[in-house]
Write a protein that binds this ligand. Sequence first.
Ligand code: SF4
Length: 435
Amino acid sequence: MAKMEIPEWLRYECTGCGMCCRRGLNIWCPLPDRIRLGDFEWAKKYPQLKGHKLFLPYGPNYRFALDEKGACLFLTDENKCIQHSELGFDAKTLTCKMFPYNLLHSNGKVYVSLLFSCPAVIDGIGPKVSEQTPTLKKLLKEMDGYFPVPPLTEETALTSRRPVTFRNLELLEAKLIAALSEPELPLVRKILRAASLLDRLEETCEESVSKDEFANTLEHYDGKCRDEARNCGLKHIPLGMFERLFLRMMQGACSSVALSGLTSKSFIRRQSARLRRFFLAMRYMYGSGEIPAQKSDWEMLMGAESPARDSVSFRLAREVSALHLPDESEELIARYLKTKFGGRTYFGREGWGLAVIPGARVVLSLASIVVWHAKVRAALDNRNEVAHKDIREAVLLTEHTFGHASSLHTGFVVKSISIANRAGWPQKAALHTML
Ligand code: SF4
């Protein structure tokens, strides 16, 4: 079995909060699982399921039916999965068993990460994932039965014009993770350090840096970037028109939860939910007027208390301070970004089809998106400073859409990412949003 790369900072143990089964996502169920699970007489034991179609066609396979609010029909009001309680963990379908683990084959190894749309992952609850290898091996074996292991390749795209060997990519990823882990350095300086390293590497794009020189070049650049990030002056900077538009587009794309109605049986309700989502994204791009609280979505997604206000103006949200984020918030955001690098879920098929450097820039700019959502959350609660609970909920919200939503994989979004996401971008976004 392929060697597993498991970031040592990852911890997880399910707390049974049920959030993952209430998020309106399509839970893929291959035909053999559908037949096996369909053999159980669910409606006989659970009368509430009488008359419901439990499995819906999904391409050549199936998916679980959801209720009007996007919750799985196999979930009880007490957050118990009746498949689990009746048939046991092993009988469940792969998607249910996997969440929130993410296993990715890359160049002969398996990169393990976790999805931050699970509160237990956010809070770092449970034993280290590196101590859970028997479970991971079982999941991997099952996963490989469904999806062919990709063939080995020597290299991947560092930029659209220059390749990088996987051996050198490991060195780069280690540097990015080290930059985000540096103790005593505020988050904004960590972002500056990691993003400047990417810029310097990209600058050498046209030059012929041999593969063996890569490590030395990286070491040299990293030293410079570390010193600059430690000592440079920090000030709030305005964004250019297109940059502002891009940041808002990403903020909008990472906030369009609006699950209620999207899974409705009614065509009209489904379309009106889609329209709601579209107008929210537009409102974000326009950058003025009111940001709606979308209370029901927040409650469903976060299990959090409703905010005090129904909506808040962009102006008020901008005025919220994120200058002194609590240490635990900075740690959470850095851990979130590090996990994208440690799990290799930021380039290629896993990262919007982008090459390594542009994909890594998008990941670094997630910090700004999280902080913005936290500001909106604080403003909706009539507070003028971001608190840890805002950051916690903002990471859940961002990952919920970023980690799962197909909207971020559309040609329009990917094109915009490649236009705006150039050298200096994550630094600008961080200095604009966090100061
Ligand atoms: S969201 Fe996470 S903690 Fe909650 S039930 Fe799902 S896996 Fe368990």
